[in-house]
Structure formats: structure tokens, C-alpha cells
Design a protein around this ligand. Sequence first.
Ligand SMILES: [Zn+2]
Length: 476
Amino acid sequence: MSELPKKEGNFFEWYNEVLERSQVTDKRYPVKGLNVWPPFGLSIRSLFDQTLRNAVGPIGYQEVSFPTLIPETELKKESEHIKGFEAEVYWVTRGGNTPLDINLCLRPTSETAMYPMFALWVRSHKDLPLRTFQICNVFRYETKSTRPLLRIREIHFYEGHTVHPTEESATRQVQEDLGSFEQVARSFALPYLINKRPEWDKFPGAHYSLGLDIPFGDARTLQVGTVHHYRDNFAKPYGIQYETEDGKTAFGHQTTYGISERLIGGVVGVHGDEKGLVLPPALAPVQVAIVPVPGKGSKEAVEGAARALGSTLSAGGLRVKVDLSEDRPGAKYYAWESRGVPLRIELGPREVEEKAATLADRFGKKRKVPQAELLSEVRAELESFLTTLADRAQARFRDAIARAKELSDLKGPKAVYLIGWCGKEACGHKVEEVVEGGLLGTIEGGSPADIVQGEAPPCIVCGSGPSRWAAAGRPI
Ligand SMILES: [Zn+2]
């Protein structure tokens, strides 16, 4: 197969080609922006969903499932929200040949589907906090050019929705959600920044919005997740009220937490290389590929040993594939590498004789281990592979971020610029004029945590203080 386009300088050519060759998604469906998930891609997506479930279960979220269709009357109850979404909504206006009494939209997000039901579920302070999430597909009529996993019209989406008795309790939830995201990001070896979006760029209807952003592609940024604090902005129009301990009635305070398949795009874009996909073990449908390399007359013995090692690793809970296809070993290595398999085991007559196996990670690091210790050695190797992946990603993350002292610095080649910002809207818009709409917001944290250090410099536009550290970059 021909070589992949160079990643640097041709990012999207490379990105599209990697997705297509490794069969993560298939964009040839006859409607633009609605992509198909072939088996390999769907396995990645299922592992992705599982990672999210594992991260939010321990902080009290319970999984629910709501309908895809939302009545127009519910969608329009919160005025800011509908203003923000009306240009992106798909409508169902007929049932068969009969016009519907009330038009139904395909959910662009599920606040307006869930909150009428929350109003029924929440009665007393004892029902709070309520923490629910669903993993579903949402629909947005995207008018810009679409890109697989990144900008599409049917989006695979994790959405967490909570109700709390007080604003403070909702604020604590925001912190817990950020903690769970850190766990997800660690599993995927992705560094990120938490940016509090400017007022004019927050989620429609939110009190404030936090964006989880990563440097991506050729000097761009990608929002891979969001956490919003709603205060009681939705509870009021949807009537989510409860009886307090002293018998009064109060509105709930709410948060949401959203992560979409974009994060899978983030993993592909950040870790992939000139050979194709590089997957962290948590997302790899095949974590270990065992490739027998038989010499003359040793086919049976070598393949038998490969099968036995495969069984040992599978029994240990790993996702393993013993590659007994007719291809030459070199072609097998290439195929597994391009699909991002973290670890390969090479097994030849010498290894069989020595009761050993050669482990080779996705970056080509090799070592020989005794078969008797295979399971623990492979587990250790997968751990160390994740660390290598995180170190590499972190080095590039640091390299993609720079401090800007003057507005003209923002025109440089970095993905993210760190600036001082006084918080005034006029100064924010000035920054956006220079970086094509990209004031990502004030920096509230991230991983690694030492990206911003010390006090923020004076505002990059007006030179006044006090100011906050903020991030500027061009979102995809
Ligand atoms: Zn200013």
C-alpha cells in the first residue's frame, strides 16, 4: 500500500486517510456528515463508551435513555437555548402523510427532552442530587464542511445531566466532572486545557461553560468536551422544583457534562503517526497481536505455541488476536501497526525452543520475555506503552503552546497562546480579530497542571490589570 501523506503540514489529508485505511469510520454514506461505523471503528467506540461509564459511575451517575424526538413546545421553553440551536435543528413534521399537531425535532442535545421528566422525578430534597447520563446520537444540521468524528451531523454523544439543591452543590459537581474527565484523559494519554469560555461564547442557557481543549492538527485547537453550570436557568422554565427540609419550595440547580466522538478524533489526531493509528490500550480493540514467524518445518509447533499464548493472555482479560492468516510476517506487522495495536508478540522457532516470546510495542521497542511470565510482562508493557504515549503527547502539547506578549505574537505558528486578559469584552473581541474567533477563555486548569505558572501578565490588549491567564487559539 502507498505511503500515508505526511502528517505535518497536511494534517487533514493524513487524518482522513488514516481513518479510511484503518476503517474507523466510513464517510461514503449518501448523506454528507452522517458516517458509518464499520466493525473495527465500532469496537473502538464501544471501548470509548465503556471508559466514560467507568469514569462517571463512581461519582454517582446513573445511565438513562430518553427519546430521540423532542416536541417543539419543550424545545422552545428556554429562550436562550432555542436561539442557540434553532439554526441547527432537524425537524420531523409529518407522521406518514399526516402533518403533526406539534412538530418534533431530532435532539440536538437532551436538556429539553430530559427536564420535563426531571420536573416529575424531583419532588423533595431527598431526591437530590440527581445524576444521570445517557450515551446516544444527537443531530445537528452542520453547514460548514464536515469532517469525520470532528464536525458531523449525527454525533455519538455522552451527556451527563444533574440536579442539585443549591448553586454550591452544582459547583462541586462541576469539579467532580472535571476529575472524571482527568481520568478519561489519562486513559487516552491526552493532555488538555480547561478554559472558561467568554460570556458571549458560553453554551446557550448556561451560567458558565468550561471547554476542554487540546492542540490539534496544524496549529489548531479542538474542543473535546464541555462542562456547564446552569444555575436554575433551566429549572425555572421546566419547573424543576423540590420541597426543602423546612417545607419551602425551591428550584434545582443544574449541570451538564458532554463528551462526543470528537474525543476519539482527538486520540487519532494526537497519537497517530506516519504508519497510521496509534491507540492507547483502553481504546484498542486488539491490545496484543500475536504473529507466528515459522521457519522451515516449524509451522505447526510455532502456530500451536502462538495459540496457547493467545489463550493465556485472553484468560487474563486482554484483547488478543493470534494472526494465523496466510500473509507474510512483514505484511502482518504493517497491518497491525497501521491499526494502532499497542503491542505485538513475535514468535519464531527460536522463541519456541527457548520458551520465550519477543514483545514489540507500536513504536518498535522490543524485548524478549519468558513465556512463563508472559501475562504479567504484557500487562507491564501495556502500562509502560501508555506512559510512553502520554510523554510523547505531553512533549508535543508543550511545544504547541507559547506565551504571547503582544497581539502580533498571536499570528505565530503555535496552536495555543497564553495571554493576560482583563476580562473586558472589547479586549476579548480584539484578540478574536487576530486569532480568527479563538479566545478560548480564561484558563481554569488542565493536565499537565504547570502550563501556566505565576501571576498573569497585564491584559495583552489594553495593558491594564488585574488580569487572568487566558488561552487563544483557532478552533477547528
Ligand atoms: Zn484589556
